[in-house]
Design a protein around this ligand. Sequence first.
Ligand code: HEC
Ligand code: HEC
Length: 463
Amino acid sequence: MTHTIYQPDNSSANVLRSEHDATLNTLIRQHGLTGNAQQGRILPAIESPLAQLGMQLFFSKALSGSRDVACASCHHPLLGGGDDLSLSIGVDAAEPNVLGHKRLLQGKLSPSVPRNAPTTFNSGLWQQFMFHDGRVAQLETGITTPDVTYSQPDPLAGDNLVHAQARFPVTSNHEMRGEIFDAGGTTQSCRERLAERLGGYGASTESRLPIAETAYWLEAFRHVYQQPQADASVLITEQTIAAALAEYQRSQVFVNTPWKQYVQGELAAISASAKRGAVLFFRERDAGGYACASCHRGDFFTDEQFRHVLMPPIGPGKGNKDAALQQDYGRWLVTQHPDDKFRFRTPSLLNVAVTGPWGHNGAYTSLEAVVRHMLNPFQAALNYDRGQLTQPNIPTAQLAVNLREMLGGNTDLAGQAYQEEDVQHLLAFLHTLTDPCVTRPDCLQRWIPSGANLPESVLQARF
Ligand code: HEC
Ligand code: HEC
């Protein structure tokens, strides 16, 4: 065993070298970590013209049926690339420009979006699946989406997963479309009507934009595509819109964490407690660890596989013929494979401290509670405290019944007794996975549109 990469090159490092450094050195090599989740991936810079256009579109409410919801309403950089809610609120918000935990539905309706908004940060690093259930997926032959039979390539998916994903929120009734816009139309006609609206072309008169705004977008697309004479109908299409949205999101690379610095040799970058947490995280169970990395694998902290980890079934559920059932079968809804019931994609843990609430349905509103769940899912789920749900009117009536059904399936995460102090060490480690930029509004400013001449539809968020 060699410890050469940890040879201190200055005298102060001696003091900081802890008993854990040698152990971690071995674990880091065994797990093949480089510290850099972006290794080998070329992603756009936010300064690129297409990412800049994508940013304005991402914040524009013009992409929603009733012009009241933007992508950023549920994925705001200042909210960790999410919305700070257990279950997202799209259309029918009481105050559409209010984001975060104060965002409520009109008339105190109960949330209709069944899942928690994942962060868009680092979305360019996913290689296989998008969404909690992986319904947008990379195939050898292309990308499959909900518009086609699963495992068939969608010819309109575009050339990366983020582009493929970006074409769906606008077609979802609860997220952005509402019940009125292009009523009875297909997902594709909905996208095309929205592109026509943005470009001010086409026959539809449905909630048109002010002429000044369509002129603004035409100018912006002409600039990006360097085609000063081109028609809106050529430049502003559902495909170019998705491409721009994807470019913006793929520029949200936040991987410069203290953990990365540590793996790359800066022994003082993380605390002794965090080091202990890292050992517990990476070690196998038979070696006294909790084997978190058997699923949260590699520098991106995910194996991109689907697991049944007994996340407490709160919320309206998804895909139930009978709405009263409130169950979410997760990956099974995509594959119909019996083993896939209740399985959800292993989330990345980069920036996890700022991406709460946690779990595919936001069941846990503190990082500590979800870590306790991961240590002993049976104990945590059976003693689940619904009092932690601060968002009003989240359905929980079927919690016990649905949990019983979940316990009947094959869970993929074994429970075990754990030391109290280990929870704190694991939390200290998870906090080292935060890129400092994501906690600093001045640093995030580059991902938020500003300027006096932005179109009216661009979201001016209040928190
Ligand atoms: C109403 C809130 C809401 C709006 C508006 C919204 N999203 Fe989302 N987004 C979600 C939720 C909830 C999910 C998870 C859904 C699921 O997995 O079933 C999600 C998933 C995603 C993902 C997948 C991330 C991952 O890790 O797989 C991306 C990327 C994304 N949204 C981008 C967008 C874009 C681009 C827009 C605008 C075109 C948008 N979202 C609009 C709530 C929203
Ligand atoms: C068997 C695979 C597996 C193992 C082992 C595992 N996890 Fe997870 N973890 C998951 C899955 C899958 C989810 C998402 C479940 C869901 O949303 O329903 C998750 C969710 C999480 C979350 C919430 C992330 C978010 O964005 O919502 C945290 C934090 C977490 N795990 C930490 C840990 C820690 C710490 C350990 C070790 C003590 C661990 N996990 C062990 C698969 C695993």
